[in-house]
Each structure stands twice: as structure tokens, then as C-alpha cells.
Design a protein around this ligand. Sequence first.
Ligand code: PLP
Length: 397
Amino acid sequence: MIDQNLVKSGKSGNIIREIAEYGAEQAKIVGADHVYNFTIGSPSIDPPDCVFETMAKLRAEISPAQLHTYAPAVGLPEVREKTAAYLRNTFGIPYRMQDVIITCGTSTCLAALTRVFLSCGGRAMTFTPYFMDYKYYADAYGDGLTECPTDPDTFQLDLAAAEKALTSDTMMLIMNSPNNPSGVVLRREGLEVLAKLLERKQEEYGHPIYIVADEPYRDLVYDGQEVVFLPSIYKNTIYCYSFSKSMSLPGERVGFMAFPPDLDDYDDVYSASVAAIRAFGYICVSNMWQRITAECLGATSDISIYKGNRDLLYGSLTEMGYTCVYPDGAFYLFMKTPEPDAEAFCRRAMKENLLVVPGDSFGTPGYVRLAYCVSRDVIERALPVFRKLAEEYGIAR
Ligand code: PLP
């Protein structure tokens, strides 16, 4: 009588947390300075000033009882309107207040939409490498996740592979750019071809295929690389954003999803999403944090710090002899392991207190993910360990 899918999923654990916990134990033994922890994608830099200024302003202007009371289930109307206006002005899509739902980060969007599109037999598809939680949602509400490979040298879309992976059951395509775990930003050329392919497949299958654009890293790009706004090239796109990474507010649990007014089957998709959010209990996002983030829309933490980390880590590792796809955004580097078994590499690195996550968890064996949202000092101290490993594996230059 207990959902065995969930039992299996729950028992599979979370390798990132496990390695991070090992690191915390090691820090007690050898000292925190001798543990180099690149496992967790949690921002290490302060939120933008606007966050604290708005917090002070709200405290001065709104009574504590009002500021900390329940917000409406899907968001404060003024916050939904501000968000819609921001999206209209920034991307030119005519979102209305009622098209926006305020959520607990993009996790809520992903869980709810997976439930909506998969629980009646639909399938979800995503491109490798991908954020591991997509699989949890797909396993929990449906028949798993179709993993479509990308170009192995660039992690850009492989359209032939995409065409092969799509089936008449595909209801939902989860896209993530800038990408966790690779940091890759998907190029416009490939995305436009993908949009055309999906339009063709919708015709062929006789039902909509929805893109879920999971974009918590949209504002973390370092070289002016364009992050295509998917709703502007494919109308059946539900856009999901989070303040967890761009404003360094992961613990406050604020984000939103936006449904374009001309989405196919708008009423059903929207109503089912609201019901799914409600059924999960992901309702009434913090009243105060909704107001703060809406006031600061467009602001980011000082991402030049991440850029400095990216440059140092990418530059040093490739110089040492490691291979990594150049990460234009997010705060992750996906490094090819010098042996095919990434877990074996991780275990070897763990002996040196260097903590990284195997790419198998992201549907891509033979790589490790390094979250470089750490202090520069950690990177500087870890570099000799990377060099030692490169020498042991015989790849050092
Ligand atoms: N999507 C991706 C690709 C992520 O990396 C994360 C968090 O690490 C999330 C979604 C969920 O983030 P949140 O729920 O905090 O917005």
C-alpha cells in the first residue's frame, strides 16, 4: 500500500549530499582549510544591496502582522503584476498578471508540471547532462525520463538525436540553459531548429508538446553570451525562474512560472498546475520575500566573483591537462575524468579531501561536476591537489 516508486527513489539517496556530509566530517578531523568542497550549488556571495534596502523599507512601511501574514496561494496580485510587467518589458511577450504564479523556486514548477503532464501516461524528455532532480520528478509522477544525448564535445543540441528521442507520448521537454551541471548556454541556431522540430511533431502527434524552461541560472552569464528566451521562439513554453541563484536567496524559496496567454490548452494546463501546487502544499510563498524579490527584479549578486572563479578554475585545469567544455554561465564546470569511471575518480579525489560529484548523477558518465560558487581561496588551495591527481593519472602537462 506504499508507493514503491517513491520508496525506491527515497532509498537511492542523494550522492551530492552524501559527499558533502563526508566533507563536513573530514573538516572536523583535518580542519576546514584542508577540505576542498566543490559539491553543492549553493551561492557563496551576498544578495544584492537592493534586497536589504527593500527589507528595511518594508519593515518601516508595513506592520509585522501584515508583512508576515499568509499570501494568497499562488502569489500576491501586485507581485504577480510586477513580474508580468517585468517579463513584458524585458522579453516582449504579453504576459498578464493572471499568467504568473509565484512558487517556491523552480522546484515547485518542475514538480507541478511533471505531475500535470506525466500522471496520465505522458513522458518527459530532457537533454544530457541534466539536473538530477528531473529524474526524481519524472519517476515519482510517471514513467521516467527520456534522456536525449547532446553533442559530446560541446553539449549543444543534437537535433538528429532529439528527433529520434521524441515519441507520441512526449508531453514535456525540460530545457535548462545555462546548464547545471555543464555551465553551457544553448545557442540560438540549435534552439530555433528544435522549435521547428517540435512544431512539426505536435502536428504529427496531434497534441501539444510543452517546453518547460527551467532557468534559475538565466542571469549568471559571464561573456555576454545570449540566453535565448524560449517563449519567444516556441509559444508552448512555460517559463520558470528562481531567485535562488541570481540573488543568492536559495533558502527563501522564491521563484515564479509564467504561462503565455496563447499557450495551447491554456485553461487546462493552468488550472491543473494550480491544483498540483496546492496538492503538494507548495502554496503561499513567504509574503515578505515575494515583495522583496519583486522589488528587486533584474538585480543580481556580484557575479564578477563567479566569473573570476570560472576563469581561474577553467584556465588552470585545462592548462594542467584536464578537458572541460567551456562554461559560459551558471557556476559549474563539467570536467572529463582521466579514467572512464567517474565514481572511481571521485573516490580517489576524496582521499585528498577534494570533493566533486560524478557525472553519472547527471546522466553523463565520465565527467565530474565542480560547483565553483566557493571562495576563490578554496580554488587556489585545491589547485595543487588537481595537479597531483593529473600527475598520478599521467595527463599532466
Ligand atoms: N533547476 C536547476 C537546474 C537547479 O540547478 C536547481 C537547483 O540547484 C533547481 C532547478 C531548483 O532550484 P530552486 O528550487 O531553488 O529554484
